[in-house]
Design a protein around this ligand. Sequence first.
Ligand SMILES: C[S@@+](CC[C@H](N)C(=O)[O-])C[C@H]1O[C@@H](n2cnc3c(N)ncnc32)[C@H](O)[C@@H]1O
Length: 278
Amino acid sequence: MEYDEADKKQWNEAAESWVEFVRNGKNYYSEYLNGPALKRMIGNVEGKKVLDMGCGEGYFSRFFAKAGAGVTGIDISEGLIKAAVEEEERHPLGVKYFVADAANLNMLESESFDVAFCYMALLDIRNYEGAISEASRVLKTGGRFVVLIEHPCFTLFRIVDGKVVGGWKTRLRENGSKEYLYYWITDYLRRHSYTVKWKHDRLPSNFVTTGFHRTLSDYVNALTKHGLAITGLDEPQPLEEGVRVHHPMKKHYRVPQSIVIEATKITAQRTPKRVKLI
Ligand SMILES: C[S@@+](CC[C@H](N)C(=O)[O-])C[C@H]1O[C@@H](n2cnc3c(N)ncnc32)[C@H](O)[C@@H]1O
């Protein structure tokens, strides 16, 4: 399955709003929860070659370039890559950007990166197995692929057959504030695509994108199938500062919003072994 032109079109239409959202510091989940978790998992990148898959307007490409890495960013959206390139021209950090489907990175050499990461994008990538296969191909043996996704067990706003299949049960307190009681979910094992409606007061304008629900084992099995063994896992909690800035984040001390998987390339591909029973 290749990417759909519609995926590209949606992210191109979202580009202007997304760029402003990210650059004006209003992406609180990135600033205070998931960004810190990604940086912890990736660690020191000085002198390393790093690939940012689904880089958007280049937020994390710039961060790791400033930390001393040689960074390449790829994204399917021309609009977002244009914004990334313009920022690179204004403040050069040596980041190379390409418009590309993560499942087809033929402009990149095999075995050439120390770290590849995919931050909040694998859920948006139609051919996730193709993207994982490409990450494995371009990594050196011993190189690491770090994936941060919305936690597949607790994904918000999933809709199946017109019905929401997971979310927070809330109630209003007497003072009008929202209390988050518990997280509920059904239809976890059903794989499907769904429309994500990006609509909140921190976005300059609303937009829609497409998400793909897969299970945790789908991701883990795709990684191991492509020679990437799990070597690290995190279900991060927000920084205290984040809870002060955006109080609803407090609920993620109880239920994680995301998961970070570190997988290390041990072989080019896993070849299925036939075990002979005697
Ligand atoms: C939620 S955004 C995250 C962007 C960026 N990582 C960030 O944190 O700002 C998801 C990104 O995935 C990209 N994307 C979707 N499908 C893709 C594909 N098939 N190949 C590469 N990028 C894709 C979108 O264009 C978008 O930039």
